[in-house]
Design a protein around this ligand. Structure first.
Ligand SMILES: [Cu+2]
Length: 270
């Protein structure tokens, strides 16, 4: 066993000594290891515009699906005699890291950061976390299907995730924003203003109330093995992980070794 391993490692290490593709190979190995089992991302949702609200969200991405569990509290409770419809989105930035805006983003000086003003920090709406139906950006101000209704709620939904949103989540360019302030808490100017997103809605209805940047919750932990992996492939994966821990250069060697282990039974070792 040990001899076979050494034989496999030697030529690969020889190649890496010439500086051939050790970096890309390491990146590819780490990425595919996680995406097969699903990656979990989470965000603490913190108040914007002195909303007084708080919350958290967990998103597990598996293939093209996202399992979402979110809890919020302290948001505006009522609006026009009904539970307040809080629209919420995954915003994505084209480049740079996801951020939540500070009060300095209030460009027009009306006392609140409205949704477009926050855009420099969190980017544009990419996915709408509705209660049912359409989850695209087209549903961004669909208050009838707002994901959160009332001041405190738990939101659970599994949705199809488009490639743009998925890539942004993995790259750290995605932010969850929950909208809707209590008009009673706002200045007269803000109370009277129309939403810059939809002039049939008041400004307060679409201004951000909670914001959190999505981050990989497994950061620094080894990837979890799937429950149904066969004995052979589990052993290979473990070897790869152990070698990877030894140093980036060895990841390529580990991958090559894993391939050789998988091939062994079919080549017939007798
Ligand atoms: Cu939004």
């Amino acid at each position: 066993m040990r001899t076979a391993k050494k034989l496999m490692l030697t030529p690969v290490l020889a190649l890496t000594a010439f500086g051939l593709a050790a970096g890309p190979a390491a990146a590819a190995s780490a990425d595919s290891g996680g995406s097969e089992d699903g990656w979990t991302y989470q965000a603490d949702l913190e108040e914007i515009n002195d909303s007084g609200a708080s919350g958290d969200i967990m998103i597990t991405v598996k293939g093209d699906q996202a399992m979402i569990t979110e809890h919020v509290e302290g948001l505006a409770e009522n609006f026009q005699d009904g539970p307040y419809p809080h629209v919420q989105h995954i915003h994505v930035k084209a480049d740079g890291s996801a951020e939540c805006p500070t009060s300095s983003a209030d460009e027009n000086g009306d006392g609140i950061v409205n949704t477009p003003e926050g855009g420099a920090a969190y980017g544009d709406v990419s996915t709408t976390l509705t209660d049912s139906g359409d989850t695209s950006a087209d549903a961004a101000v669909d208050v009838d299907h707002a994901g959160i209704k009332g001041g405190s709620a738990t939101y659970k939904r599994t949705i199809d995730l488009d490639a743009k949103t998925k890539d942004a989540i993995k790259d750290g360019r995605a932010t969850v924003v929950v909208h809707g302030l209590d008009p009673a808490d706002q200045s007269k100017d803000v109370q009277d203003a129309k939403s810059p997103l939809d002039d049939s809605l008041p400004q307060a209805a679409t201004a951000p109330a909670l914001c959190g940047t999505l981050a990989d919750s497994q950061m620094g932990q080894p990837p979890k093995g799937g429950p149904d992996t066969g004995g052979g492939s589990t052993a290979s994966t473990d070897d790869t992980v152990m070698l990877a821990a030894g140093g980036g250069v060895l990841v390529a060697a580990g991958a090559a070794f894993a391939i050789s282990r998988r091939k062994k039974p079919s080549t017939g070792a007798h």
